[in-house]
Ligand binder design. Structure first.
Ligand code: SF4
Length: 336
C-alpha cells in the first residue's frame, strides 16, 4: 500500500496536530474546589477479556493523536466525533435526501453521501427515523460514567478484573479520566489505561501514575515504519514508555501484528527486546492480531479502507511470536 493511498483513504479524518495537544481537559481548581469534568466517549464495552486482567469494562474515548491505517475504530479519530451511516438500516424513504440540498442521493445500496458538500449532515441525520445515522460520541460526567461501570463490579471482583480506559486516546482527556479513576479507586475497582503513548508527558504522567496498570501500545520499533503507518514517529512513545517503567508502574506491552507491515523478524525482535529493556515494570506482553473487523466503519464514514488487501494475522503466526517472547523470558498472552 502506498502512502498516497493511505492519505487518500484518510481523507476527511482530521489529524490532531501533535504540537497543539494540550492539557485543556485537566481539571481546573476554583475557590469552591474542583470543577466537575465532562468527558467525550463513544461507548462502554462490557465483559472484555483482552484489555487487561480478568473481566473488564472498556471505555472508548473519542479523539486520538495518531492515525493508524489499521485502526479498527476510525470513528474515534476526530476529536469532535463523526457521523456513521449504516446502509443496512436505510429504508430508502428519502427524508434525509430532501433536506440535503443535493448532497445525499439514493443509490442501489442505500444513500450516497457527498460529505464534502453536505453542510447540514446533522439535520439530515436527525430526519432519519430508521436509525441509519449514528452520531459518534456522547458527553458524560465522571460520576455518570462510574455509576454505569459499577453495574459490573461483581464480575470485576470475581474475576480480578476492572475498568480499562481506551479509545482513541483516553489521555487526551486526562482530567476527566483522572476524576473517574479516583472515584473508581475509592470503590476498590482496578483501573487500567490503554495508551498509544503519543501524548505530552506532563499530561500522560498524571493519569499513568493514578491508574493501577498501563497497557502500552508499541506499534513498530522502526521509527520510519511507525510514521508511515501511524502518522507520527515513535520517539515520544519510546521515551514515555521508559518514563512509565521508571515510575515502577505495572505495564503490559501490547504488540499488534500486521502481516507484511510489522511482522518481520527484526520488527518483532526489536519490540520484544524493548519490552525486556523496560525491566520488571513489564508484567506481560500481549500479542494482538490484526483483523478487518473495523473495515465496515470506514464505509460508514465515507472513507476508503486503507488496509485493503492485507490479510488478518493468523493464530499460528501469533503463536510463533508468543513462543519467541516466552523463550526470551517474557510472560506473554495471545489475544483470544
Ligand atoms: S432518512 Fe434514513 S431511511 Fe430515509 S433515505 Fe435517509 S438514511 Fe435512508
Amino acid at each position: 500500500m502506498s502512502d498516497e493511498l493511505g492519505r487518500e483513504a484518510r481523507r476527511g479524518v482530521s489529524h490532531i496536530q501533535h504540537s497543539t495537544l494540550n492539557t485543556q481537559h485537566l481539571r481546573s481548581k476554583t475557590a469552591f474546589g474542583y470543577l466537575p469534568m465532562r468527558g467525550f466517549i463513544s461507548r462502554i464495552q462490557r465483559f472484555c477479556v483482552n484489555d487487561g486482567p480478568g473481566i473488564r469494562s472498556t471505555v472508548f474515548a473519542v479523539g486520538c493523536p495518531l492515525e493508524c491505517l489499521w485502526c479498527a475504530n476510525p470513528e474515534l479519530l476526530r476529536e469532535s466525533g463523526g457521523m456513521l451511516y449504516h446502509a443496512q438500516r436505510c429504508a430508502g424513504c428519502g427524508a434525509c435526501v430532501a433536506l440535503s440540498g443535493g448532497a445525499i442521493r439514493l443509490g442501489d445500496d442505500g444513500c450516497i453521501i457527498d460529505r464534502d458538500s453536505c453542510s447540514n449532515l446533522a439535520d439530515c441525520a436527525a430526519a432519519c427515523h430508521h436509525g441509519a445515522f449514528e452520531r459518534v460520541g456522547v458527553e458524560i460526567s465522571a460520576d455518570e460514567l462510574v455509576s454505569k461501570l459499577l453495574r459490573d463490579k461483581v464480575f470485576f471482583d470475581q474475576s480480578g478484573g476492572g475498568v480499562t480506559f481506551s479509545g482513541g486516546e483516553a489521555a487526551l482527556q486526562a482530567g476527566f479520566f483522572l476524576e473517574a479513576t479516583e472515584i473508581l479507586k475509592s470503590k476498590s475497582v482496578h483501573v487500567a489505561l490503554d495508551t498509544s503513548g503519543h501524548v505530552p508527558w506532563e499530561t500522560l504522567s498524571q493519569l499513568a501514575s493514578a491508574v493501577d496498570l498501563v497497557l502500552f501500545d508499541l506499534k513498530a520499533i522502526d521509527s520510519r515504519l511507525h510514521e508511515r503507518y501511524t502518522g507520527a514517529d515513535n520517539r515520544l512513545i519510546m521515551e514515555n514508555a521508559r518514563r512509565i517503567a521508571g515510575m515502577g508502574k505495572e505495564m503490559i506491552i501490547r504488540m499488534l501484528i500486521v502481516p507484511g507491515v510489522n511482522d518481520s523478524d527484526g520488527e518483532v525482535g526489536g519490540r520484544l527486546n524493548f519490552a525486556l529493556e523496560l525491566g520488571s515494570a513489564v508484567i506481560r506482553v500481549d500479542i494482538l492480531r490484526y483483523h478487518r473487523l473495523g473495515a465496515g466503519k470506514y464505509a460508514g464514514l465515507g472513507l476508503r479502507y486503507p488496509m485493503e488487501g492485507t490479510p488478518p494475522c493468523s493464530g499460528a503466526a501469533a503463536s510463533r511470536i508468543a513462543q519467541r517472547a516466552a523463550d526470551m523470558g517474557l510472560t506473554v498472552y495471545v489475544e483470544r
